[in-house]
Design a protein around this ligand. Structure first.
Ligand SMILES: Cc1cc2nc3c(=O)[nH]c(=O)nc-3n(C[C@H](O)[C@H](O)[C@H](O)COP(=O)(O)OP(=O)(O)OC[C@H]3O[C@@H](n4cnc5c(N)ncnc54)[C@H](O)[C@@H]3O)c2cc1C
Length: 387
């Protein structure tokens, strides 16, 4: 089978990239090892989606079809330091409708799949997994484990943090493990959250409560490995008590609605994002600490930027041309590096191993809180990608 573009991995980044090429003349193949599952009840993977990506998902026809009863806006945000520091953000003060939307990964995944399945220029190959990758001057050949041979002028690796394609291409990564896991669970709360997100920089990690509809919330606790394992092993009542106490009973007593799960955290930087006939997007290209809730937000912007480079190519232009791919890499370099260094720096700054910094970091939060211009600029950068 011959394609112009072959996308490996149809998670959120890969499926959004394929959907963003709906209007193009490119013939697209999508290779995915397993179809997405729709969990019973609430998905443990709940993400904060920025305004820039609400705009992107609207532009590709996804956002309008999402079930509003499963989504919550964030109007306010409270960030607490570990010794009295506090920073407040408000959409109203910044002239925004909301700071972000909170919704399930599977809700977006379901709609993205429904879209690419009926897209005239996409062939979805699932279940399918690559067995070998070869490249020559004019095309790349991907052999699948089931014996099929796929040819394409460009391969887009959207196959996640452990990217098979990235490894097959021999692209080096620099991993910095955090020795932490992101523990996620969903709760019903005794007190209303009023569409506010909360974050606490604690001596035992970073705890976040993200609002969900119907007085429910999603927790992400980036905790040292031993504590993360302990939290996941706790019986429901003990976990509720621990999480409510860690959040200062801000939302009162809690009731568990989705069992806890833990994901190992690391900073991952790749040496090359593009090669001739190859581009990496999403977690295949970067992994960051979840404290800023930006992982898939970066991935969606990768998908948007690369698709924009390719969408209106004239017939004579090769989509695997390195100069074209380099323009994509340049366009994404700044935001990716900024978020990697900021989240890494914040994680290090709030480690208990830095007691001398304790006063300074809490003072920093309080000072930022005193200067609305600085504070609101930070919000605008976080939600839209520019000041
Ligand atoms: C605890 C935690 C909380 C987070 N919270 C947030 C948040 O609030 N906001 C946010 O934006 N991000 C958040 N993230 C990050 C987010 O989960 C990831 O950035 C996002 O899922 C990456 O999407 P992706 O499509 O690039 O990769 P993936 O979701 O990993 O998708 C990769 C796809 O490729 C497929 N695949 C893999 N290997 C192969 C193969 N060999 N052949 C075929 N198919 C293959 C997989 O089946 C999968 O469908 C969080 C992460 C963690 C760990």
């Amino acid at each position: 089978m011959k394609f112009d573009v072959l996308v490996v991995g149809a998670g959120l980044a890969g499926a959004a990239f394929a959907a963003a090429l709906r209007g193009s003349r490119l013939k697209i193949g999508v290779v995915e090892s397993r179809p997405p599952a729709r969990p019973q009840g609430w998905d443990p993977r709940i993400y904060a989606i920025s305004q820039a990506n609400v705009a992107f998902l609207s532009q590709i026809g996804i956002w309008q079809h999402l079930d509003r009863s499963r989504m919550a806006p964030v109007y306010d945000m409270e960030i607490h330091g570990d010794s009295g520091g506090r920073l407040d953000f408000s959409a109203y003060d910044c002239g925004l409708r909301e700071l972000a939307w909170i919704l399930e990964s599977s809700l977006m995944q379901h709609e993205l799949w429904a879209t690419i399945k009926r897209q005239h220029n996409v062939s979805l190959l699932c279940p399918a997994e690559p067995a070998s990758l070869q490249q020559d001057a004019s095309h790349a050949t991907l052999s699948l484990k089931d014996g099929r041979q796929l040819e394409a002028r460009l391969i887009v690796a959207a196959d996640g943090r452990e990217s098979w394609i990235r490894q097959a291409a021999g692209i080096q990564v620099r991993n910095t493990p955090y020795d932490e896991k992101g523990v996620v669970a969903n709760f019903r709360c005794a007190l209303p959250h009023r569409d506010t997100a909360f974050q606490w920089f604690r001596p035992d990690g970073v705890l976040a409560y993200l609002p969900l509809p119907d007085q429910q919330m999603s927790m992400v606790w980036s905790a040292p490995d031993a504590l993360a394992d302990e939290l996941v092993a706790l019986p429901p009542e003990a976990l509720c008590a621990r999480v409510a106490e860690a959040g200062g009973f801000r939302l009162g007593e809690l009731e568990l609605i989705t069992p806890a799960a833990a994901f190992p955290l690391r900073l991952m930087r790749v040496n090359e994002v593009v090669r001739p006939r190859l581009a990496l997007i999403g977690d295949a290209a970067h992994a960051i600490h979840p404290l800023s809730g930006h992982g898939i937000n970066l991935g969606y912007q990768d998908a948007r930027t690369l698709a924009a480079q390719l969408a209106d190519l004239p017939d004579w232009r090769d989509p695997g041309d390195l100069s074209l791919l380099r323009a994509y890499a340049r366009a994404r370099a700044e935001e990716t590096a900024l978020l990697q260094y900021t989240t890494h720096g914040l994680n290090r700054l709030f480690k208990p191993a830095n007691p001398l910094l304790a006063g300074l970091r809490n003072l920093g939060l309080n000072l930022t809180n005193q200067f609305p211009v600085l504070r609101n600029s930070l919000v605008r950068y976080a939600v839209s990608g520019h000041f």
